[in-house]
Write a protein that binds this ligand. Structure first.
Ligand SMILES: [Zn+2]
Length: 94
């Protein structure tokens, strides 16, 4: 796998763990999309939080460019994005 930069690679490897990570999954148009995801609790761990406020344990947003090196992600990973998709990490589309 050729990565745009080492930080992107590191954040991709961090997927599913607490902290900031890169997730690749399909968007509304079924094409691979890149997401920056922040997670408080590891993926697959079910924790009940009793709080008076609405608490999000995971959040994410689409990015078109690498936040660290500026690469145009859909262009740079056009041949490899499908391989980068890992089921179960993205917040499901409702
Ligand atoms: Zn990069």
């Amino acid at each position: 796998m050729k990565w745009c930069c080492e930080t992107f690679h590191n954040r991709y490897d961090a997927g599913g763990r607490p902290g900031l990570s890169v997730i690749v999954d399909r968007g509304f148009d079924d094409q691979p999309r890149f997401y920056l995801q922040g997670r408080a609790i590891p993926a697959g761990v079910d924790v009940r939080i009793d709080a008076s406020a609405d608490v999000q344990t995971v959040s994410e947003f689409v990015v078109d460019f690498c936040p660290w090196c500026g690469a145009t992600l859909r262009k740079f990973y056009r041949k490899t994005a499908e391989e980068l998709i890992r089921p179960g990490l993205k917040i499901p589309i409702e």
